[in-house]
Design a protein around this ligand. Structure first.
Ligand SMILES: Cc1ncc(COP(=O)(O)O)c(C=O)c1O
Length: 468
């Protein structure tokens, strides 16, 4: 059996530590230690500054120049994690992390990840692990049902779902299918005529995906949207022109399993594909992007290759799904098992509802403080706000022009995040620099929400006071 120990001439060799790379009893012992380590991390997470305070290159100064020659015990390694890695983490699982989007995890998601990693099957086609493929088709139909997606997106209709790593990969795959579907009608030589449209609020991943699939950069078009229509686009025009419509619901899609939010995906029947990230707001560890398509054969014809070494009777029978043909890579992880654990373990809607409730309270407090304004409508648990031009003008009329208002808000965010107490994000909406507070970490409770607003107010007090 393989050993991790190299032949080494030094006298004080640590041969006593040799063990198989997968000795079950050693796995059990070290595994328990790591679980204890992580549980303690969650228990004490609030003692760390949410946004890391290290400087670039900090780790090189702390770690040896080269990898160790002799094996080291897990105790030493975990001590180094504590001393050197944790200081360089931005604590996404902190209840005081409000930046970007929630990267929720849960016991079920974590344990599912352990099972996935523990089995470490490479389920590229059905025969490589039928359970991995079949569980994925089942959980994708379950989740699709919970979202009330039309049957045409589900295996139980003529569509189907697949778990990708990220939305970016999901959109690349979808766009490759859309591209090839159109090119089969107009000829491959006409790729330069293909155009991708998105709203001006669309995530940059759409632009990246268009570059990857060979769309000419000048043919990527962002359509202007406005606040009064909640930055929405309607798929109607696209459908009239035979275009492929994709709905990227990376962050908020999971909320649409709650009856009160389901209407946000009204009209999804007009789309060709739909995706959401379970690793954002659905208590499943990164990575886990759920993608449903109405026409799987379009994806398969774009993404499949059939080398001899992968041929098998099940594939030849065409009775099975071979997920390698739905994604970029050949190899794939057993992500379905973690989503399965999450779906079975929680009434997920309950948690999401509490996040939205906290966001509503936060929004209400922003609205009541005359120095602030809400700058974009809040629908889920993301509140976008800023110190208003009038408050800045009151503090110092000479600093109330557009650029200064943006600068004051950027300084406010820097001060808030520099405190280490909370971590919030920002965006630029219609030229306005806005602060964003995304409530949804798995550990966040009302007391954290309350503290976050206090931190914002205190720093706003300080900044406005120095302006007069
Ligand atoms: C709407 C939207 N699309 C795409 C992405 C990118 O997701 P991923 O990192 O999974 O590619 C995000 C997350 O930041 C997002 O919120």
């Amino acid at each position: 059996m393989a050993s991790l120990v190299f032949e080494h001439p030094q006298e004080n060799s640590t041969a006593h530590m040799t063990t198989s790379p997968l000795d079950p009893e050693e796995f059990r012992r070290q595994g328990h230690m790591v679980i204890d380590f992580i549980a303690d991390y969650y228990k004490t997470i609030e003692k760390y500054p949410v946004l890391t305070q290290v400087q670039p290159g900090y780790l090189k100064k702390r770690l040896p120049e080269s990898a160790p020659y002799d094996p080291e015990p897990i105790e030493t390694i975990l001590q180094d994690v504590q001393d050197h890695i944790i200081p360089g983490l931005t604590h996404w699982q902190s209840p005081n992390h409000f930046a970007y989007f929630p990267a929720t995890i849960s016991t079920a998601g974590f344990l599912g990840e352990m099972l996935s990693t523990g089995f470490n099957v490479v389920g590229f086609n059905w025969i490589a692990s039928p359970a991995a493929t079949e569980l994925e088709t089942i959980v994708m139909d379950w989740l699709g049902d919970m979202l009330k997606l039309p049957k045409s997106f589900l295996f139980s209709g003529n569509g189907g779902g697949v778990l990708q790593g990220t939305t970016c990969e999901a959109i690349v795959c979808t766009m490759a299918a859309a591209r090839d579907q159109m090119l089969s009608q107009i000829g491959r030589e006409n790729i330069g005529k293909l155009v991708v449209y998105g709203s001006d609020q669309t995530h940059s991943t759409l632009q990246k995906a268009s570059q990857i699939v060979g769309i000419h950069p000048k043919n990527f078009r962002a359509i202007e949207t406005i606040t009064s229509t909640s930055f929405a686009l309607s798929p109607e025009v696209a459908k009239e022109h035979g275009m492929w419509v994709h709905v990227d619901a990376a962050y908020a899609g999971s909320a649409c399993i709650c009856p009160e939010f389901q209407y946000f995906i009204d009209g999804v029947e007009g789309a060709d594909s739909f995706s959401l990230n379970a690793h954002k707001w659905f208590f499943t560890t990164l990575d886990c992007c759920c993608l449903w398509v109405k026409n799987p054969s379009a994806s398969v014809s774009s993404l499949s290759t059939n080398p001899e070494f992968l041929r098998n009777k099940a594939t030849d029978s065409k009775q099975v799904v071979d997920y390698k043909d739905w994604q970029i890579a050949l190899s794939r992880r057993f992500r379905a098992i973690k989503l399965w654990l999450v779906l079975r373990s929680y009434g997920v809607g309950t948690f999401l509802g509490s996040h939205v409730k906290m966001a509503k309270i936060f929004e209400g407090l922003v609205g009541m403080d005359k120095r602030f304004e809400i700058v974009a409508p809040r629908h889920f648990s993301l509140v976008c706000f800023r110190v208003s031009p009038s408050a800045i003008s009151k503090a110092n009329p000479s600093l109330s022009d557009h650029d200064n208002v943006n600068e004051v808000n950027s300084k406010l965010l820097e001060a808030i995040n520099g405190s280490g107490l909370v971590y919030m994000g920002h965006a630029v909406v219609g030229g306005m620099y806005v602060l964003s507070c995304a409530i949804g970490a798995s550990l966040t409770e009302e007391k954290h929400r309350a503290m976050a607003w206090n931190v914002v107010q205190e720093h706003a007090d300080a900044i406005l006071a120095t302006m007069d």
